[in-house]
Design a binder for this molecule. Structure first.
Ligand code: CAP
Ligand code: MG
Length: 430
């Protein structure tokens, strides 16, 4: 009598239906397990199966089984019937395609690379509230990346000191001041207090520059607290809220997306902790999968790396992430990305941050172009003439790139950029 029940979940001749979700996995079977057994277990455990054959198996349930249908070396594609998935519940999807399967003994390694959402799945989600055109319209900024900086040291300033550095950042030409991921509402810098000081100095900076100034103030906490903080932001005329989306969790981001949308707030998504599951190239989840989920559930922008700064991530990955977030129809990339038609879901900005300074602006823009939120933090506050000059130097580097000039040429008439190049040159932080 057969004990295992995995072979029924593999069919190499299977042709997925138009309305199925397709996942691409990288897999390595454990010793003694064949490829087919391994992929059968992936499809089984992530859909309807268990480890053993059952006494009863109502025939209608066959229609809910996932099917591993294309094995190519260590890559496998699995098709999932649409009916397996609750409408509009991204959390339930994670419990299936990104759940138990990562712990199966039969697999030495397993990595969920990407998923294609069919229109029937996507239509139950609202996506980003504004879209990139909407954000640009709101800020009245065109033809260049949006720019921002986090006050550094990343935590320690009082609310007043924080806002004063923010003011210098805005006055240097930047659009946004961003809270750092570990700054929420500490004893020495309460959220409410920070909003009060930031609002006052934003209004002053807007008056003095005639430009729109904004901020990504970090509301991350339990959902009830996030709602109160979002209310406070809206009441003070802010148009963004920042959420650290991985640590906050998918469910809370889904709730806050609608709440913020009603208040007219875009969501800046920080991604602290992502590298705990996307850094190992053989196991876990990819950043492109996370970015795709976040666009689906409606963040307006999310960090996607620099490829050259202080944090891990390749140039290819950054380009793939930019496509996932910005394009309406995403073309597949071998072993990295599946095709995706986003239908009516609006787009989102990639955010490049971490170890940048003016000398590194051109290579980042070579990767992303101008449809980007560029964050340069240590790289403005460490400028020999301080924050305002650092922001000016970064804006000059952006101008140089847009004008097709080298930074040396530009620096001849831009003393802030010259100062930055003198200190950092083209140094790539480790
Ligand atoms: C950057 C940063 C960001 C990282 C996040 C920091 O500061 O504020 O949190 O960029 O990583 O704390 O490191 P610097 P990622 O500009 O001073 O390095 O964007 O890769 O998610
Ligand atoms: Mg940070």
């Amino acid at each position: 009598m057969a004990i295992d029940w995995y072979n029924e979940f593999v069919d190499k001749n299977y042709e997925p239906a138009q309305d199925e979700l397709i996942c691409l996995f990288y897999f390595e079977p454990a010793a003694g397990i064949s490829d087919e057994e391994a992929v059968g277990r992936i499809a089984s455990e992530s859909s309807t199966g268990t480890w053993t054959t059952l006494f009863t198996m109502p025939p209608r349930m066959k229609a809910l089984q996932a099917t591993a249908f294309e094995i190519d070396g260590n890559f496998v594609k699995v098709a999932y019937p649409l009916d397996l998935w609750e409408e509009g519940n991204a959390v339930q999807l994670l419990s299936g395609i990104a759940g138990n399967i990562f712990g199966m003994k039969a697999l030495k390694n397993l990595r969920l690379i990407d998923v294609t959402f069919p229109p029937g799945y996507i239509r139950h989600f609202r996506g980003p509230h504004f879209g990139n055109d909407g954000i640009r319209k709101m800020l009245k900024i065109y033809g260049r990346p949006l720019t921002g900086a986090v006050p550094k040291p990343k935590i320690g300033f009082s609310a007043k000191e924080h806002a004063e550095i923010g003011y210098e950042t805005w006055m240097g030409g930047f659009d946004f001041v961003k809270d750092d991921e570990n700054l929420t509402s500490t004893s020495f810098n309460r959220f409410d207090d920070r909003v009060k000081h930031m609002t006052k100095l934003r209004d002053r900076a807007e008056k003095e520059t005639g430009q729109t100034k904004s901020a990504f103030l970090n509301i991350t906490a339990d959902v009830d607290t996030m709602k109160k903080r979002a209310d406070l932001l809206a009441a003070n005329g802010w148009n963004y809220a920042m959420i650290d989306v991985v640590v906050a969790g998918t469910a809370s981001v889904m709730t806050m997306r609608d709440y913020c949308s009603d208040l007219g707030l875009a969501i800046h998504a920080h991604r602290a902790m992502h590298a705990a599951f996307d850094r190992n190239k053989k196991h876990g989840l990819t950043m492109q999968f996370l970015a795709k989920m976040m666009r689906l559930i409606g963040v307006s922008q999310i960090h996607t790396g620099t490829a050259i700064g202080k944090l891990v991530g390749t140039k290819k990955e950054a380009m793939v992430l930019a496509d996932v977030l910005r394009e309406k129809k995403v073309a597949p990339v071998d072993g990295m990305l599946l095709a995706q038609d986003w239908g009516k879901i609006r787009n989102a900005f990639p955010v490049s941050s971490g170890g940048l300074h003016p000398g590194l602006v051109p290579p980042v823009l070579d990767i992303y172009g101008t449809e980007l939120v560029l964050l340069v933090s240590g790289g403005i506050h460490g400028h020999p003439k301080w924050t305002r000059a650092g922001a000016m130097a970064t804006m000059q580097a952006i101008e140089a790139w847009c004008e097709g000039m080298t930074l040396e040429e530009k620096a001849k008439k831009a003393k802030e950029l010259a100062g930055a190049l003198k200190k950092w040159g083209y140094y790539k932080p480790k």
